[in-house]
Design a protein around this ligand. Structure first.
Ligand SMILES: [Zn+2]
Length: 440
């Protein structure tokens, strides 16, 4: 027992694209609408009830009765209806514990379509081909999904390693299945790799203190603002996006207030959403590959403690004190948002912990203004967005501004200025007013 390493339970998610026939898509759409309507009915019923009568058992009984009496609610499998009830209660719990606002009605067009399959054994997953797997979806039948990762199914599954459930989610690119996977893994050996500081730059997406910059080869900011729509799209796709946006604007001019959105306008909106979803998927792919490489190579990773929402908000200013240069800054903000620093941090947190490394955060102020060679902060050292030239006559160091900041970040850690260690579980503390994933 002494030589054996400690085993740890891990919960992982894996998302795969579903290949559905038009009839299956209609069935799933119907289930998702029923799930959303069930939520709305539940909310309505809950708000009408006197406070002392509100309890889980009463809600459960009401749902059972409704499923019998309202026939269109019957398209939703019983387990999925129970999952709606569970997430509704979780939403209230999040509200009572001050993590989110009170749950509300779900609008038809603004809600992400999703159906839950809470039990893994209903799925009956098999691999049928190198690239395809099959799973059972209640009331839809057997469907194919892209097999891109080995799941613990069939003879590989046991009490410790198994698929515990799934959620079907629809985005602009169609229906996807997100598996909940539980595995038992040996706790990793401490990672003995080198230390590195990382700066989330504007010119370099991830600048590393050892000069091993992680670039995705996409232009950071384009001088032409119209072309700076989305760097993850290629020129032809960007032109198409611009054209679609113009078409949407034109059609919207003929759209009167309170009138139903025309099918043509809705179709244009869908096409815009598809292009945006494609860009997001490419960005996430790059982030996954990059963060995995970093977590494998380095034992200690140091990052800035940045709060993106504050940075993006601050440019806009308040009504009393409107921000200066809002247009220029919002261009910068778009670059920051597009790099999705928060998502990078989340990925780094769990990937580094899995490799046995540690992640540290240091306070951000001044890292981009200070010289990493002499430690002086001199005015005018940032010649432009990209270059840093130290104005200290004895030093005169010059280099990439993001690289300079990354070296400062590592220096702060080495001199013991790190904040609370961020390794291990990712603790997400949401500001008030942001709903958690379960309430959406
Ligand atoms: Zn200097």
């Amino acid at each position: 027992m002494s030589t054996e390493r400690v085993q740890e339970k891990r919960q992982l998610g894996h998302r795969a694209r579903l290949a559905l026939t038009p009839a299956q898509i209609r069935l799933l759409d119907g289930q998702a609408h029923a799930a959303r309507t069930l939520w709305n009915c539940l909310h309505d019923w809950w708000m009408m009830l006197p406070r002392d009568k509100r309890c889980l058992a009463a809600a459960d009984a009401a749902i059972r009765r409704a499923r019998k009496e309202i026939d269109w609610l019957g398209v939703l499998p019983a387990q999925a209806a129970q999952a709606v009830l569970k997430s509704y209660f979780q939403a209230w719990r999040n509200c009572w514990e001050h993590r989110a606002d009170a749950p509300n009605f779900k609008a038809r067009l603004r809600t992400v379509m999703s159906v839950d399959i809470p039990q893994g054994r209903d799925l009956n997953i098999t691999r049928v081909h190198r690239r395809w797997g099959m799973a059972n979806i209640p009331k839809v039948g057997r469907v194919r999904f892209r097999w891109t990762k080995n799941l613990p199914v069939g003879k590989h599954a046991n009490a410790d390693d198994r698929v515990t459930g799934a959620r079907l989610v629809k985005d602009a690119l169609g229906w996807h299945i997100a598996f909940r996977v539980q595995t038992l893994e040996a706790e990793p050996q401490p990672h003995t790799g080198p230390e590195v500081g990382i700066d989330a730059g504007v010119n370099l997406p991830l600048a590393l203190s050892d000069g091993n910059h992680q670039d995705h080869g996409r232009p950071p900011r384009l001088p032409d603002r119209t072309a700076d729509r989305d760097k993850w799209l290629n020129p032809a796709e960007k032109t198409r996006l611009l054209g679609l946006e113009r078409r949407a604007t034109r059609r919207k001019q003929h759209h009167k207030r309170g009138e139903k959105t025309s099918r043509r306008l809705q179709r244009t909106y869908d096409q815009i959403k598809q292009l945006r979803a494609k860009a997001t998927r490419r960005a996430v792919d790059w982030q996954h590959k990059t963060t995995t490489a970093i977590a494998r190579q380095y034992g200690t990773v140091v990052i800035e403690a940045l709060t993106i929402t504050n940075m993006v908000k601050s440019a806009r200013g308040t009504i009393e004190q409107p921000g200066k240069n809002v247009t220029q800054k919002s261009g910068l903000n778009r670059s920051i948002s597009q790099e999705a620093w928060g998502r990078t941090v989340t990925m780094l947190t769990y990937k580094i912990a899995r490799q046995g490394g540690t992640l540290h955060k240091v306070p951000a102020p001044g890292t981009s203004q200070r010289c990493s060679a002499c430690g002086c902060t001199t005015p005018g050292s940032r010649e432009d967005q990209a270059t840093f030239v130290c104005k200290n006559p004895d030093c005169g160091w010059s280099g990439n501004a993001d690289h300079n900041a990354a070296r400062n970040v590592l220096h702060l850690y080495r001199t013991g200025r790190a904040l609370v260690p961020a390794a291990g579980r990712a603790v997400v503390r949401r500001p008030r007013g942001v709903k958690p994933a379960t309430a959406r």
